[in-house]
Design a protein around this ligand. Sequence first.
Ligand code: PGA
Length: 267
Amino acid sequence: MSDKVRKTIIAGNWKMNKLRKEASELASALVAGTKGKENLPEIVLCPPFTCLDVVVAAAKGSQVKVGAQNVDHRDSGAFTGEVAPPMLVDCGATYVIIGHSERRQFFGETNQSVPLRVKAALNHGLTPIVCVGELLDERENELTDPVVKRQVGAAVNGLTEEEIVKLVFAYEPVWAIGTGKVCESKEAARVVALVRSTLKASFQNKDKAELVPVLYGGSMSAKNAEELLAQDEIDGGLIGGASLKADEFLEIINHACKRPRLSAAKA
Ligand code: PGA
């Protein structure tokens, strides 16, 4: 057995919400609400680009980390509207969400662009939170497993083992995002395990795949977090709507504090 453990991570994806003052207040409330708590998960706040600096300022001196919601794969240049990895680092971000289903659905993100962004983020020391998950139509046609496997395989395409162990994945069934329809916890755990077993193909020492945290996302709330987080396979949550109110997000964090830290055996 190894003493290495997978992190529990509770990440808030604020999407296109919050002005700077609101963002600063929410981040400050979360910092105050988690201060001195034991067994805290890694808490990551992902505000819009325009609020990164104020959230970084509010989180300063605390354990709370800050992430962006997207990143380009180039360092600079004539790419109107894009934001480069060094710019995120410059703002104080340490995480970045990549391949969120809303980026895939509305902004042309694909299994080809995701690995470029993942690699660029890693090159600049950012931790990617890579999102994968099936559409409702794909689930109804029993395509969940092949779709998720393809997305995971694409995301790690060209990466070394040392790079892959730095990633965080989030299984987010698209039909559960923002709909209030949460994926049943055993099924979420099954697909989360599938993400990890798919990663095994990229490792000589298959146990190393056990080190990669895999979160669940999709209508996770204070009501259902306890049951989802009780699944050993699920290492935390990527939370949209329920991350926008301090009280509710803190309740989810409290559930995560009660989670035992799992040892990633033999890795
Ligand atoms: P939701 O969003 O919690 O509002 O469903 C999750 C996400 O899109 O990451």
